[in-house]
Ligand binder design. Structure first.
Ligand SMILES: Nc1nc2c(ncn2[C@@H]2O[C@H](COP(=O)(O)OP(=O)(O)OP(=O)(O)O)[C@@H](O)[C@H]2O)c(=O)[nH]1
Length: 350
C-alpha cells in the first residue's frame, strides 16, 4: 500500500506580522493532531523556537521542533531544509502534519518549489501557503512606496534594480498565498481593515481566501487541511526576483541586516522599554526581539518590538544553571547604524 502524503503548511509573512503567535494558538488548539514544526528565523537568537517550546506539549513536543537559523530558509533550501525534511520523513513516528514558519524576510517561492524535489515530492505535499499580515502596519503605510527614501537609496546605490525592498518582499509573500490572515485586526477599525483587504486583493491576480484575526486566533481547522498542493502551482506565483532574474541570478537578503546585542542586567524595565522605543524610531529599526535580565526579578522578560510598537512581559523564571543575560536581535534595512545602536543599547541598561 502506498502511504498517503503528509501535508505541510508554509506560514509566511513579514517581520513581526504574528506568525509565531498564530502557530502558538494553533498548537494549543490542535486537538491531538501530531504536528512537527520547522522554524526559520532571521537573526541567530532562536526567539521563536524558545517561545514555541512547551506551548503545545501534547501535539508538538520539543523533539518535534526543528530550528533552522542558518540564514533565510529560501536561500538554504538545499543545505538546511531538504536534509531536515529527509530526517523528519525517516522517523518511525511520522507526524500527521508539518508546519514551516519562514523567517519574516523569506521568499516562500523557493521553499515551496523544493517540495517538487525527488524524494520529497513522493512523500509530502504543500497543504497551503498561509501569509500572515500585520493589518495595522499596512494601514499605516509601512509597505507603501516611500518615493523620497527610494530615490535617496537609488542615489546611494546605482545598482539598485528594484522597488522598495519592504514593498517587494511583502508583495512576494502575498503572491504565494493560498490563505491570507489579516492579523492585528484589534489595532484598527473595521473600515481601515476593509481598506487593507481591498488594497491587497487589488494587487493580486489570484484570489486567495482572506481571514481576519486578533492575536493569531484562527481555528486549526481553517489553517490546516486546505489540500491545495501548492507545489504544483508555484510556477504561477513568481516573486519579483524570479521575474527580474530569469537568468538564475542568486537571490540574497543584502537589503536587510541583523545583529545580536548582549547586555548586562536592566535596572529599570519601564525605562528600558521607553528607551528602546525611541531608539527604534530614531534608527528606523524594523524588528527587535529577545529576552532581558531585569535586576532583582526571578523571571525572564520577553521583549517584542515591531516598528515602534513594543511589548514586554515576564514569561518564566530563569532556570538553574541558565545564564541570566539580556540578549536582543535587531533587524533593519541595509546601512542601519549598528555601532550607534549598540552604544545606545548599552546606555539603556543602567
Ligand atoms: N495587538 C496585537 N499584537 C499582536 C497580534 N499578533 C501578534 N502580536 C504581537 O506582535 C509581536 C510579534 O508577533 P510574532 O508572533 O512574534 O510575529 P512573527 O511574525 O513571528 O515575527 P518574526 O518571526 O520576527 O518575523 C508580538 O509582540 C505579538 O504579541 C495581534 O493580532 N494584535
Amino acid at each position: 500500500m502506498i502511504a498517503s502524503k503528509i501535508p505541510a503548511t508554509v506560514i509566511t509573512g513579514f517581520l513581526g506580522a504574528g506568525k509565531t503567535t498564530l502557530i502558538r494558538h494553533m498548537l494549543a488548539n490542535a486537538k491531538g493532531k501530531r504536528i512537527a514544526l520547522i522554524i526559520n528565523e532571521f537573526g541567530d537568537l532562536g526567539v521563536d523556537g524558545d517561545v514555541l517550546k512547551g506551548c503545545g506539549d501534547e501535539v508538538c513536543s520539543e523533539d518535534d521542533i526543528v530550528e533552522l537559523n542558518n540564514g533565510c530558509i529560501c536561500c538554504t533550501v538545499a543545505d538546511d531544509f531538504i536534509p531536515t525534511m529527509e530526517q523528519l520523513l525517516a522517523r518511525k513516528d511520522r507526524p500527521d502534519h508539518i508546519v514551516i514558519e519562514t523567517s519574516g524576510l523569506a521568499l516562500p517561492q523557493p521553499l515551496v518549489a523544493a517540495f517538487n524535489w525527488p524524494g520529497i515530492k513522493t512523500q509530502v505535499t504543500v497543504d497551503g501557503v498561509v501569509t500572515v499580515v500585520d493589518s495595522a502596519a499596512v494601514a499605516a503605510g509601512r509597505f507603501a512606496h516611500d518615493h523620497d527614501k527610494l530615490d535617496a537609496q537609488r542615489l546611494a546605490d546605482e545598482g539598485l534594480d528594484h522597488e522598495s525592498p519592504l514593498e517587494e518582499l511583502f508583495e512576494d509573500q502575498l503572491t504565494a498565498a493560498d490563505l491570507i490572515i489579516l492579523n492585528k485586526a484589534d489595532l484598527i477599525g473595521a473600515a481601515e481593515l476593509d481598506g487593507v483587504r481591498t488594497g491587497i486583493a487589488g494587487h493580486l491576480t489570484r484570489k486567495p481566501v482572506f481571514v481576519e484575526a486578533r492575536q493569531g486566533e484562527v481555528a486549526p481547522e481553517v489553517l490546516l487541511g486546505l489540500g491545495i498542493g501548492t507545489e504544483d502551482d508555484i510556477a504561477n506565483r513568481k516573486s519579483h526576483h524570479e521575474l527580474h532574474h530569469e537568468d538564475g541570478h542568486e537571490h540574497d537578503h543584502d537589503e536587510f541586516e541583523s545583529f545580536v546585542v548582549t547586555l548586562g542586567p536592566v535596572a529599570n524595565a519601564a525605562a528600558f522599554a521607553e528607551g528602546l522605543k525611541s531608539l527604534i524610531v530614531s534608527h528606523d529599526i524594523l524588528r527587535l526581539k529577545g529576552f532581558a535580565d531585569v535586576a532583582g526579578k526571578p523571571m525572564r522578560m520577553v521583549v517584542q518590538a515591531v516598528g515602534s510598537r513594543i511589548d514586554t512581559h515576564f514569561d518564566r523564571p530563569w532556570g538553574t544553571g541558565e545564564t541570566r543575560e539580556t540578549r536582543l536581535v535587531v533587524i533593519g534595512l541595509h546601512g542601519i547604524d549598528e555601532a550607534a545602536i549598540r552604544d545606545s543599547l548599552a546606555g539603556l541598561t543602567g
